[in-house]
Design a protein around this ligand. Structure first.
Ligand code: GDP
Ligand code: IMO
Ligand code: MG
Length: 424
């Protein structure tokens, strides 16, 4: 196995965790490099379903070290809940490591996220309300708290003297929320310090040096179209889910990355607000939602569904640095007579055709998808183990997608279980 980054190629929930889990069999070290508990990652094996938010899904393997990198944000209460739920399922955390440089989501970040969403009117993003945007905002404004601050009273105290006057003014004057006392935050930080103590990797530089010649898997969250720089801004998350994010968020630079697997559904889903050119608001969209069980792992919200969009996928291949594609949930089309693929967009104001992704999302409401229609295969794919066994129409569909996006499809997923995976 080459050192591989697994990223979402669409708007998240592509089945990244399933693919990460399969590739993790061969990995020695898994690094989650961005995002926080906004993610909802599902792994199904042997009839058991595991749900992850921040903890790398590789934790299911006994000998794989799982590192939550500096690019991540950690909400302690959510971490505790996830940890306890997985522990109740028998998951062992002896190999979990947390970067001292990861940023902490404080209670006020959650409050601000909630306030902003509830008062944004038309500008609502539809966030997960996990405090992601406000945490990354403070990190970039250089008023964030890092895991390492929890273990130095002097650093914490000095930082709070700088942060709290600014934060409290914002909380009170901008958001109409209650301010925090220094004593209250210090007391919270003491409980956080206890919670994370067994897992903080103060020796992370030695650890990463030790693993330099081993097999490393970088686990992405969210997806390219939610990337803060390349996604459908402002309807995005606040981190860099693209392959390049692994180079900044993991502790290893770009030279350690050899392969980027872009995970894509055979259709597209999106949770929250924002443009979505191939969205289906009709019965077909409902059918995809029902068969694909398209409801969010983190918030339970129904996911918007639409046909596969080769325009965004081609874009994701470019900006995500994708070398190989994992096409998931193709089994959802088993009963369909025909399946559509969007090959280009047409601007209904002037008939201008886009085959490359137009980054100005404010024109997306004028874009109509141009479709190519493929015949369905009308048989169950869920038990198929090899590419050769696939029905001809499924092969034709896969080949068409591959030709349109300009990247090879190396993995085809025909069901949620580890075993329902075809390596091409
Ligand atoms: P992630 O956030 O990208 O890891 O994806 P999620 O876990 O949020 O959502 C993907 C959902 O699809 C999960 O419920 C998976 O168990 C399920 N899933 C993954 N691959 C397949 C597949 O090939 N077929 C079907 N039917 N379900 C799949
Ligand atoms: P995984 O890793 C799908 C979406 C939210 C919202 C936008 C911003 O499971 O694929 P945020 O809370 O991050 O500020 O919300 O991003 N979003 C996701 N959508 N899958 C995810 O993660 C997501 N994480 C955030 O719905 O539209
Ligand atoms: Mg998800």
């Amino acid at each position: 196995m080459k050192n591989t980054v697994v990223i979402g190629a669409q708007w998240g929930d592509e089945g990244k965790a399933k693919i990460t889990d399969i590739l993790a069999r061969q990995a020695d070290l898994i690094i989650r490099y961005q995002g926080g508990c906004n993610a909802g990652h599902t792994v199904v094996t042997g009839g058991t379903t595991y749900k992850f938010h921040l903890i790398p899904s590789g934790i299911l393997y006994d000998n794989t070290v799982c590192f939550i990198g500096a690019g991540c944000v950690i909400h302690p209460e959510s971490f505790k809940k996830e940890y306890e739920e997985l522990k109740a399922q028998g998951v062992n955390f002896k190999n979990l490591k947390i970067s001292p440089l990861a940023t902490i989501t404080m209670p006020y970040h959650i409050e601000i996220d909630g306030y902003s969403e509830n008062n944004a009117g038309k500008g609502k993003i539809g966030t997960t309300k996990k405090g992601i945007g406000p945490t990354y905002t403070d990190k970039m404004a250089r008023i964030g708290l890092k895991i390492q601050d929890l273990y130095s009273y002097e650093a914490l105290s000095e930082k709070l003297d700088m942060i709290l006057p600014i934060k409290n003014k914002q909380l009170e004057k901008v958001y109409g929320l209650e301010p925090y006392t220094k004593e209250c935050i210090i007391s919270l930080c003491e409980t956080y310090a206890e919670l994370f103590k067994p897992y903080v990797a103060f020796d992370w530089q030695d650890m990463l040096n030790r693993y330099k010649d081993k097999k490393i898997l970088f686990e992405g969250a969210q997806g390219v179209m939610l990337d803060i720089d390349y996604g459908t801004y402002p309807f995005v998350t606040s981190s860099n889910p693209i392959g390049g994010g692994a180079a900044t968020g993991s502790g290893y630079g770009p030279t350690m990355i050899q392969d980027v697997v872009g995970v894509s559904k055979a259709y597209v889903t999106r949770v929250g607000e924002g443009p979505f050119v191939t969205e289906l608001t009709d019965e077909i969209g409902k059918k995809i939602q029902e068969i694909g069980h398209e409801f969010g792992v983190t918030t339970g919200r129904p996911r918007r569904c639409g046909w596969f969009d080769a325009v965004i996928m081609k874009y994701a291949v470019l900006v995500g640095g994708i070398t190989n594609v994992a096409l998931t949930k193709i089994d959802v089309f088993d009963t369909f007579d025909e399946i559509k693929i969007c090959t280009a967009y047409k601007d209904c104001r002037n008939d201008k055709v886009y085959t490359s992704y137009p980054t100005d999302v404010f024109i997306h409401k004028y874009l109509e998808p141009i479709y190519e229609t493929m015949p369905g295969w009308k048989t169950s794919l869920s038990g198929i183990k090899t590419y050769d066994e696939l029905p001809e129409n499924a092969k034709k569909y896969i080949k068409k997608v591959e030709d349109l996006i300009g990247a090879p499809i190396g993995i085809i997923s025909v069901g949620p279980d580890r075993e329902q995976t075809i390596f091409v």
